[in-house]
Structure formats: C-alpha cells, structure tokens
Design a protein around this ligand. Structure first.
Ligand SMILES: [Zn+2]
Length: 237
C-alpha cells in the first residue's frame, strides 16, 4: 500500500522543518571548525617563531619589507611578508598554515607556485623597521601584545596609532584592520570569524570579539606604534 498524497505532503513538511532546524547547526559547526583550524595555524606559527628565536638570540624575524619582500612582480614575495619567508626557510614547512580557513581573500605571496594566500599579519611593532630587532624578553607586556593575527592586507599588523583610514568606530586603522580581518569585501567591512583570532606575544591564542577592541586615545603622531591592546593600551615608546 503506497502513501496517500496527504501523507506524502506531511513527510515532506517534516523533512523541510528538520532541514530548517539543522541547517544553522551545520553552518555553525562549519564555522567552529574553521575557527579551530585558524587557532591551530596560529599555534603552529607560535611554535615555529619560538624555534626561529631559539636560533637567533631571541630575536623576532624581520617581518617587514626587507630583505625579500618586493612589489616587483618578478620578485613575488609580496610586501611585508618577509617574516613568512624567514619562518618557511627552516622552521615551518607547511605553507597552508599561513592561510586562515575562513578568510575571504588573502595576500598572494610565497616566492613560487603554489602561492600562499596569506591571511595573517605579524605585529609591525616587533620587527626592526622602527625599533631594531626586539628580543622577546624585553617586551613589557607580552600578554597584551599581538604577535600574529587574522588581518586584512599587507601581512603586517601596523598603524596602531594612526587615524588614517580610521572607520567611524573611532579606532586607529591598524586595530580596525585586525578587527575587520577580511577588510572591505563587496562593499562591507567583514569580521572574519565571529571575532578575530590572535596569537599574543606570550604565545596564548584566543578569539577577540569585535567589541573587545579598545584603545586609549591615540596620540597625534602616526609613526609611534602601539603594540596592542587589551584592555587599554599604554604606548611603549
Ligand atoms: Zn582566522
């Protein structure tokens, strides 16, 4: 004996309801998996950078423009991604670690195909452009200092103290670059996970929610960088 039409419709309705209930759960668990994968990437970068520092008197890699990064297309290490090369040379062979599983875009770099679509930035404060090579033990507040973070553009987290390109949120552009880690995408500022995954300089990693980004009133100078920044930042200089 087959189904009557009514029975069939009831079955279809039940399936539709179940799908409607379960779909957000699937989406959520997929998001959670990406967030966890991202934290795992940061942890691997943490291990690699500590190994690098072990070989280099505690110094951080020069994360900036020098010596490899160049906007010249014949030299395909993108600007500000020198730290990636320095870690890859010896301490972290898996190139996919530099790509956040949730990112919408990334900085193409890597020196050769397959390219790395870099989804993270290193804190500019920690490399030599401004301060000379910093040694980890000299950081006054490593627990509040960003080391690597989900971020848009550059492969570098910087302009902590610059109002340039500041959004209406009243935060400096560097902080917004981390908060909106996927940047301006299709006309909207995008938060990458439900927040931003950050590895701090004391090597703990966690998600920072959008409303947890805070800073003391920035000073006027653009070049003096804040490190970062929870709850309120005190500039290091
Ligand atoms: Zn991420």
């Amino acid at each position: 004996m087959g189904f009557t039409l009514i029975e069939l419709l009831v079955v279809i309705a039940i399936i539709a309801i179940l799908a409607a209930i379960l779909f957000p759960v699937f989406v959520k668990s997929k998001e959670n998996a990406k967030r966890t994968g991202c934290l795992s990437n940061l942890k691997q970068m943490s291990v690699a950078i500590q190994a690098y520092q072990g070989d280099n008197n505690g110094q951080y890699p020069g994360s900036g423009t020098y010596p490899w990064a160049s906007p010249d297309p014949r030299e395909p290490w993108a600007q500000h991604t020198g730290w990636v090369k320095m870690l890859l040379d010896k301490h972290l062979k898996n190139r996919s670690v530099f790509e956040c599983p949730a990112q919408l875009n990334g900085v193409r770099t890597g020196g050769r195909a397959p390219w790395i679509h870099l989804g993270y930035g290193m804190n500019e404060y920690l490399f030599y452009r401004h301060y000379g090579f910093l040694v980890e033990g000299n950081l006054p507040r490593p627990r509040h200092t960003v080391l690597f973070a989900d971020c848009n553009r550059h492969g570098m987290v910087h302009d902590w103290n610059a109002d340039l390109q500041a959004s209406e949120d009243g935060l400096p552009s560097g902080m917004n670059r981390v908060r909106y880690a996927d940047g301006l995408y299709k006309g909207q500022w995008r938060i990458r996970h439900s927040g931003t995954n950050i590895l701090f300089a004391d090597h703990h990693a966690r998600i920072v929610l959008p409303d947890q980004f805070k800073i003391d009133k920035p000073t006027q100078s653009i070049c003096k960088e804040y490190p970062v920044i929870w709850p309120n930042a005190i500039p290091y200089y």
